[in-house]
Write a protein that binds this ligand. Structure first.
Ligand SMILES: [Zn+2]
Length: 273
């Protein structure tokens, strides 16, 4: 054993000497050929980063410059705003929407920013009014877009025009005052609406009524059809105590199925892409 150890040490000594000795010969050479080696460094973007509370957050690179129109708003069938349940696209894109605003989870901002997603938020006046700065940060720092969900979250179905208009327009006015931008998309509470809702939302200036094709509850992605998200799905989740579990469940599902969350607004443009 000792002999082998010595042999290895001797071999290492030779290697060491060989490595350090060689450069010493260079100054003696009068004719030298200079070889310039160009090292091309390619930076591979991270696919995940450390997140709040020891979590791992999947990262999504932007497949195009966000804020650039990709598809036009569907035509209105009857002069009232169109109802959008999913986005027609052949690209591997899905859309995340987050409703209400009842629980302002402290990790929400960091999760949105680190994943590089830009969710669409459908907010009620009564929840935003409790902590406006929380939602302003999601808008300004995470580049999420704020949309409307009524003032008080009532079931609109079957209610009179004036009641519905007050809930919908009042919410739009409040959000415009808070964010500086008038919301363009409207989602009825519980997904319940009727012809009066569409009339009121149209009169309040909204461009589309947004439904959904999948949801996240208690950290589980749930589908209306099939067993996974598919391109064009609009996913619904809420500002709840389970925000971290829900948001990560959505992101991980996207990553596992080769899907990228992109801004919903880019596919409902009022200008031609
Ligand atoms: Zn709601």
């Amino acid at each position: 054993m000792r002999r082998i150890g010595v042999a290895v040490a001797a071999a290492l000594a030779v290697v060491t000497v060989a490595c350090t000795a060689e450069p010493k010969a260079l100054p003696a050479t009068t004719t030298t050929t200079t070889t310039t080696t160009t090292t091309v460094t390619t930076t591979t973007p991270p696919t995940a980063v450390p997140g709040p509370g020891g979590t791992t957050v999947p990262v999504f690179q932007h497949p195009y410059k966000y804020g650039t129109p990709q598809a036009k708003l569907p035509a209105s069938p009857d002069g009232l705003l169109p109802v959008v349940r999913r986005i027609e696209t052949d690209k591997p894109y899905v859309f995340i929407t987050i409703d209400d605003g009842a629980v302002r989870h402290p990790a929400a901002l960091e999760l949105m920013k680190s994943s590089q997603t830009q969710p669409s938020l459908f907010l009620n006046t009564k929840h935003v009014a409790e902590q406006p700065a929380f939602f302003k940060a999601l808008q300004d720092d995470a580049k999420s877009t704020v949309h409307a969900h009524t003032a008080n979250h009532p079931n609109l179905q079957g209610k009179g025009y004036e009641f519905q208009k007050q809930e919908i327009c009042g919410n739009a006015d409040y959000l415009q005052q808070q964010t500086g931008v008038r919301p363009t998309l409207f989602r009825p509470p519980f997904g319940n609406y009727d012809g009066t809702t569409r009339k009121a939302a149209t009169d309040c200036g909204f461009k589309a009524l947004i439904m959904w094709t999948a949801a996240v509850n208690d950290g589980v992605v749930q589908f209306q059809a099939g067993s996974k998200l598919v391109p064009g799905d609009i996913v619904l989740m809420h500002f709840r105590n389970t925000f971290v579990e829900d948001f990560l469940a959505f992101l991980n599902h996207c990553k596992a199925h080769g899907l990228t969350p992109v801004p919903l607004e880019d596919f409902l443009s009022t200008t031609l892409p």
